[in-house]
Design a binder for this molecule. Structure first.
Ligand code: UT7
Length: 335
């Protein structure tokens, strides 16, 4: 048995926050943010809108587009670094409950911005081992809840949203996920972290005052490692599968920074047409960014059955990964 990505869906919150909006909050400019990151605006979830709510909306779309009903789903995996609850229940369990699905395998993955690729790898493994048939994978983030809006080095980068996909068993080799690389190096954990509210620095007055429950990033160091690691990772996955960059129809990278995406795209000599870019509209939505970007090209009618996709991502941990796969779902005929 093989695993195929059968559908994609996404949800973006209504509220738009532009670069200009930050000019009155911190010492920054639209010009700096645009030039250094490619970000123009990002979406911000409503106060009463949880990560699980966004995940549910994306999931409903993906399940519908896969031609399935919720009871056909036998496993739910949610990748997130902004779970509804710190320890438990998992956001996947909350999503399962909100979707009305009980007695189902459900758990979260913590692999930061690489989370969606980790979830895809887990879905593939469960399906290929014969344990599951239809796995719902979700990347959902309410990063606005863990951003320090007084820190200009991070607050301008992140946004909220969710994406979901259904991965199903198939006997067709042409539909199957070709290969996935997932990796990590915990020695660089301090480059991108939320230092507080875990066991090491439990929630306290001091932790709250020092905003240790928000994201801290050594941006420039992370940037350099991201470019180096991602470039070699995408070259390796193509070489391992004896494929050339020209055979990639859609390169769908994690949307952290336009300059990282450009550097990796240039290293592979990809054309502008091959590279999917949503960072300008949504900013960095961590684990949600790849499925949100995939959904954009599906909704615009660009993503067709059989198109070869190359995914790559890099994030806190540090974690990174890439995936080579055909799109095995129905194309959007409505547009
Ligand atoms: O998604 C997970 C993985 N994350 C990433 O891959 C993100 C990787 N990092 C980046 O995307 C970039 O490093 C940033 C966009 C975060 C920063 O860009 P940079 O070109 O690496 O800038 P920098 O950190 O070297 O800072 C350059 C200057 C500094 O000022 P000084 O020291 O030169 O006076 C910063 O303080 O820019 C300053 N700066 C800002 N200025 C205006 C930092 N943030 C801002 C800001 N507005 N928002």
């Amino acid at each position: 048995m093989r695993a195929a990505l059968k559908s994609i869906g996404a949800y973006v919150p209504q509220k738009v926050m532009t670069n200009k909006d930050f000019e009155s909050m911190v010492d920054t400019t639209d010009e700096w943010i645009s030039k250094r990151t490619g970000i123009k605006e990002r979406r911000i979830a409503a106060e009463d809108e949880m990560t699980s709510d966004m995940g549910v909306e994306a999931a409903k779309v993906a399940i519908h587009r896969a031609g399935l009903k919720i009871n056909d789903i036998d496993m739910i995996v949610c990748a997130t670094i902004s779970p509804d609850y710190l320890c438990m229940p998992s956001t996947a369990c909350v999503i399962a409950s909100k979707l009305g699905r009980t007695n189902v395998t459900a758990f979260d993955i913590s692999a930061a911005c690489t989370g969606f690729i980790y979830a895809l790898a887990v879905a593939k493994a469960f399906i290929e081992s014969g344990m599951k048939n239809n796995v719902l994978i979700i990347g959902a983030e309410k990063l606005s809840a863990i951003v320090d809006y007084t820190d200009r080095t991070t607050c301008v980068l992140f946004g909220d949203g969710a994406g979901a996909a259904v991965v199903s068993a198939t006997r067709k080799k042409s539909e199957a996920i070709t290969d996935i690389h997932v990796s990590a190096d915990g020695n660089y954990g301090d480059l991108l972290m939320t230092p507080g509210c875990g066991v090491k620095n439990p929630c306290s007055q001091k932790v709250i005052e020092e905003k240790l429950c928000t994201m801290k990033m050594k941006g420039n160091e992370t940037f350099k490692i991201a470019v180096r690691t991602l470039t070699s990772d995408v070259v390796n996955i193509l070489n391992d599968n004896e494929m050339s960059a020209e055979e990639i129809k859609h390169f769908i990278p994690h949307q952290a920074n336009y300059r990282i995406i450009k550097a990796v795209g240039d290293a592979l000599k990809l054309t502008e047409e091959q590279v999917v870019l949503t960072v300008g509209k949504y900013g960095n939505t961590s684990s949600a960014s790849i499925p949100m970007a995939m959904n954009e090209i599906w909704e615009s009618g660009r993503l067709q059955y059989g198109d070869t996709m190359l995914l790559d991502a890099f994030g806190g941990g540090l974690t990174w990964g890439s995936a080579l796969l055909p799109f095995a779902g129905e194309p959007n005929t409505v547009k």
